[in-house]
Design a protein around this ligand. Structure first.
Ligand code: 5GP
Ligand code: MN
Length: 328
């Protein structure tokens, strides 16, 4: 349960805010930052948004005021000590801020976390976490409706819609309830255009992304009698097509579109990190599987990153053999 009154009080009794989110941000991450920024703007508060990662090109349209900055020590370290409140959106462990982790941890500001992931680390002063929410953006919507903090305008509703649409897999995942649809209706009533938002996020891909998807699909293999499917993308594939990490968003879901498959994995070789994405159907807890390798996430969607080792067939086989134990 989120204590919205407490969250409202923290917002009203402070003046400067630094908003941040996780590495490789998705539309819930960026959408929640922009929605929170717009709420603060409506209240006349000062807000900065500083992220470890660059905003993926298909999400830049959400940043209408062009306020999101990519972190570097020289320009942005001081912000962590100058603001009243630091807001962690859509993540629950400080290591998800990567290059900003030390600045985040050492900052004197009041730290709060607004999130919907499982197994939070104790890393902030106040938690506003509830895993029943479909998206962090949905928590922000409830903040507005429950406390009447500000009026729900299109500027606030649009990024929240993007957050919920994407984190529910376009309104099909488990937490897509009648209640959620009623809440989303209030977003549409402000003038949000679902056709336009879907098109901007999913149907304006770079050609390089589609070529990379082809390579990923070609790489799919089955294991565990067809119950597990996995894809591998190498750095060479990225280089060949001029593709980038954020292009791989959602690729992993194709594994689950194969009949009988209940657990899908995507292994990605990046320049400085080896990344694994896990997806499952039903009650297979891939967040637990990811946690075995230092990662985390949700029951049906999780991930892990290895900064200290390369992608080898040895580690891939090790992860696959642990995956097999989850489908018994
Ligand atoms: P994705 O596979 O799309 O990168 O991530 C799926 C889910 O797993 C997201 O909800 C994300 O928050 C979580 N996740 C991805 N990578 C990591 C990681 O390295 N550590 C943790 N704790 N969670 C992760
Ligand atoms: Mn989310």
């Amino acid at each position: 349960m989120v204590n919205f009154q407490k969250l409202k009080n923290i917002i009203l009794s402070n003046n400067t805010f630094l908003l941040t989110t996780h590495v490789n941000p998705d539309a819930d991450a960026i959408g929640s930052e922009i929605a929170f920024y717009q709420i603060l703007k409506a209240l006349g508060k000062k807000a900065y948004i500083i992220n470890h990662s660059e905003t993926p090109y298909n999400l830049k349209f959400l940043d209408t005021d062009n306020v999101i900055r990519q972190f570097n020590l020289d320009d942005y370290a001081d912000y962590f000590n100058q603001v009243d409140v630091i807001v962690a959106l859509d993540f629950n462990r400080s290591d998800r801020t990567v290059s900003m982790q030390k600045n985040f941890e050492r900052a004197k500001a009041i730290k709060i976390c607004i999130d919907h992931h499982q197994d939070p680390e104790k890393f902030v002063d106040y938690e506003f976490i509830d895993t029943d929410y479909s998206a962090t953006g949905e928590i922000l919507l409830s903040l507005i409706t429950e406390t009447k903090l500000v009026q729900l305008t299109k500027e606030i509703a649009e990024p929240i819609y993007a957050a919920i649409m994407t984190d529910t897999g376009s309104f099909r995942f488990e937490r897509t309830t009648a209640k959620l649809h009623r809440k989303v209706a209030t977003l549409l009533e402000t003038g949000v255009n679902p056709t336009e938002i879907y098109d901007k996020i999913y149907d304006q891909s770079k050609f390089s992304k589609i070529k990379l998807l082809g390579r990923a699909l070609e790489s799919i293999q089955l294991s565990a009698n067809g119950r597990i499917a996995y894809m591998i993308i190498t750095q060479k594939d990225f280089d060949e097509f001029g593709a980038i990490e954020s292009d791989t968003e959602n690729f992993v879901n194709y594994n689950l579109s194969i009949e009988n498959v209940v657990l899908g994995l995507l292994f990605i070789e990046l320049k400085n990190v080896f990344k694994v994405s896990f997806r499952s159907k039903g009650n297979i807890p891939v967040n637990k599987l990811a946690a075995e390798f230092g990662g985390g996430g949700h029951t049906n969607a999780s991930g892990a990153r290895f900064f200290d080792r390369n992608m080898t067939s040895e580690i891939i086989n090790q992860i696959l053999s642990r995956a097999v134990s989850y489908i018994k």
